[in-house]
Write a new protein. Structure first.
Length: 275
């Protein structure tokens, strides 16, 4: 049996280090979606609360695996330092490491699925309000001096009449149809979100409010025609928009965009809010 050379030991240790860094990066990324809530979830948000608990459980399992992996890596490095009879005695370590990697891959798939559901609106499959908060904190705010953003607030007109006359199933289908319509109107890199009820938010990226104005004027005049069980539905909507500045908070941006939308809904005039 050949002895482990210093170069081989160093190369193996380097691979172990990279694997450890990759695992820690996955762990840190997962922690990024955890939001500590200062108040209890209302009963109507029980589904979201349950999902958060499931995420926390996966959190604990992943932490346990990472801790075990670290101990295993330390044992391997120690074995490499003292091993004089070749690599055969390390066979058991490799088998254990392969099992750890398999478990971590399985967890990554589960976490990816849970994270997606946690940040998606269950009806329309658009991003939800939690995702909007995350997008603002992690994308908009850090890049405010390098990228232009326009926040667009949209609200369906007379949506309550659809629910009252045709039922909530028709209302759900209307919301899903409007979600598909919105996604088709914006770029793939734009952020399309269902805020709540019949209110939606789009964050257009890489465009100023001035450049976006002609498109927003066009969009404000559009109507969406669909049918439910053979009954035609003509859907219109109000919209408002605003630019973003460095001193903004997400709340201040949405407040301006909402005021702009409200003016369009009740005055029939598109008045975009630039500051």
């Amino acid at each position: 049996m050949s002895e482990v050379t210093a170069t081989e030991a160093q190369g193996f240790a380097e691979r172990i280090r990279h694997q450890h860094e990759a695992l820690m990066a996955a762990w840190v990324a997962f922690l990024g979606i955890q939001r500590e809530k200062k108040i209890p979830y209302p009963a109507i948000y029980q589904r979201s609360f349950s999902e958060a608990l499931r995420l926390k459980e996966k959190n604990n399992v992943l932490l346990e695996i990472l801790s075990e992996s670290r101990s295993l890596m330390e044992e391997i490095i120690q074995e490499l330092n003292i091993q004089k009879d070749g690599l055969r005695p390390l066979k058991n370590y490799f088998a254990r490491m392969q099992e750890h990697i398999r478990r971590i891959k399985d967890l990554e798939e589960e976490l990816s699925f849970l994270r997606e559901n946690y940040l998606r609106d269950h009806l329309t499959r658009l991003w939800n309000e939690r995702a909007l908060e995350k997008f603002y904190v992690e994308v908009v705010r850090p890049n405010i001096f390098q990228e232009d953003y326009v926040f667009i607030y949209l609200d369906l007109n007379n949506f309550k009449e659809v629910n009252d006359s045709l039922g909530h199933r028709a209302g759900d289908e209307t919301l899903k149809a409007f979600a598909r319509y919105l996604k088709g109107q914006f770029k793939a890199r734009d952020f399309v979100c269902r805020l709540h009820g019949d209110e939606f938010v789009v964050v257009a990226t890489g465009v100023t409010l001035e450049r976006a104005t002609p498109f927003l004027e066009y969009l404000a005049g559009q109507r969406l025609s669909l049918s439910y069980k053979g009954i035609p539905i003509c859907l219109s909507f109000a919209l408002g928009a605003t630019n973003v500045i460095a001193s903004d908070s997400l709340a201040s941006i949405l407040e301006r965009a909402d005021a702009s939308m409200y003016h369009h809904k009740h005055q029939g005039e598109l008045r975009l809010r630039r500051i």
